[in-house]
Design a protein around this ligand. Structure first.
Ligand SMILES: Nc1nc2c(ncn2[C@@H]2O[C@H](COP(=O)(O)OP(=O)(O)OP(=O)(O)O)[C@@H](O)[C@H]2O)c(=O)[nH]1
Ligand SMILES: [Mg+2]
Length: 327
């Protein structure tokens, strides 16, 4: 898809004029950029029923004054962190589609059409703006090396576990049906929310499309992301999410590692028994036994977890079906 096209000029026509879209902007001290983002959204001519909701995490600068001045609806979140903000925002609105965009001006409002177009055709459940895909344009210095490294690591882990081809699991620019968002079981309070959304959507079989977008250097405000601490938080959360989504693969792999390592002292002892008729190196026996027992425990844990996860998914499916029938 061509990111160079001016999607702000793209008009979907009358067919779409009743389709409601809420642009949700999480903010925490984004006074230098929030005004321009609001203006640009208001200038969009997509032919849709577009609204804006700013969800603020307790800004101490002029962010909310600017929203007031621009007559934009805003709420102050009750919980802490970006994840809570996004969930609380969706709880407040009654629209068909939601678009999340950061308030720091790093994502281009003009490219919103790129995300909305495939979604409006109902071919996808979630469209994510990817900062690394194909002809995406990343401004020099927009993404710190550590963040880019973390992103690659998360993408690779997700793709390995989910057999997917995600290129930007941390992207904060995404559009999806509000219904889809509500079906995702999201627990993340903070920056893990994006990774959780991606994995949950993949696990539930939702169709995700990534489109190349541009990414600019943030202007004015400082980052709220602590690469080290948030990196650890996201890694921890990804580990638990993957364990939850694909436990047999996760624990199966761990058990395989133990079995493979355990083979070495095990074969050594076996060879000893065959050639000398005796077992002399008792430490090898103990070591290999321990490794095999640990591997077996891990495999059993994986099987049991898989059972639990499958039951959970079945319950979720039945609840969703029941809800649909009651509507
Ligand atoms: N409501 C709310 N918004 C937040 C919170 N923390 C961060 N944000 C907003 O979420 C968006 C993303 O935060 P950033 O600090 O830009 O994080 P990032 O984009 O992952 O990191 P950078 O690459 O440094 O920009 C910004 O608009 C922030 O203002 C929070 O606790 N509550
Ligand atoms: Mg940012």
């Amino acid at each position: 898809m061509d990111t160079n096209s001016r999607m702000s000029d793209f008009n979907y026509g009358d067919d779409y004029s009743k389709r409601s879209v809420a642009v949700i902007i999480p903010t925490l001290n984004e006074a230098p950029t929030i005004g321009e983002i609001i203006d640009k959204i208001n200038l969009l001519n997509l032919g849709l029923k577009l609204s804006i909701l700013v969800v603020d995490g307790g800004s101490t600068d002029n962010t909310l004054d600017i929203c007031r001045r621009k007559n934009v609806k805003f709420i102050t979140q009750k919980g802490k962190g970006k994840g809570n903000a996004m969930r609380e925002a969706v709880d407040q609105i009654d629209v068909e589609i939601v678009v999340f965009i950061d308030g720091d001006g790093t994502y281009s409002v003009d490219e919103m059409g790129l995300l909305l177009e495939p979604l409006l055709d109902c071919k996808y459940d979630m469209v994510v703006g990817s900062r690394t895909l194909g002809n995406s344009k990343r401004e020099k210095g927009s993404m710190a090396g550590f963040n880019a490294f973390g992103n690659t690591l998360f993408n690779k882990s997700i793709n390995f576990a989910m057999k997917s081809s995600i290129t930007d699991s941390l992207s904060g620019y995404r559009a999806l049906y509000a219904k889809t968002f509500r079906e995702l079981v999201l627990f993340s309070d903070s920056f893990e929310i994006e990774v959780e959304m991606t994995v949950e959507a993949l696990a539930k079989g939702f169709k995700i499309l990534e489109v190349p977008i541009s990414y600019s250097v943030r202007k004015g405000s400082g980052t709220k992301l602590d690469p080290f601490n948030d990196g650890i938080r996201i890694s921890k959360s990804l580990l638990f999410i993957l364990m939850n989504v694909n436990p047999l693969k996760f624990f199966g792999l761990i058990s395989l590692v133990f079995f493979v390592i355990g083979m070495y002292p095990g074969l050594y002892v076996l060879n000893e028994k065959i050639t000398t008729g005796e077992i002399i190196s008792m430490p090898s026996v103990v070591f290999s036994s321990l490794l095999f027992v640990t591997g077996t425990i891990s495999l059993v844990v994986g099987l049991l977890s898989e059972l639990v996860v499958r039951s959970r998914r079945r319950i979720e499916y039945l609840i969703a079906k029941q809800k649909e029938e009651n509507l």
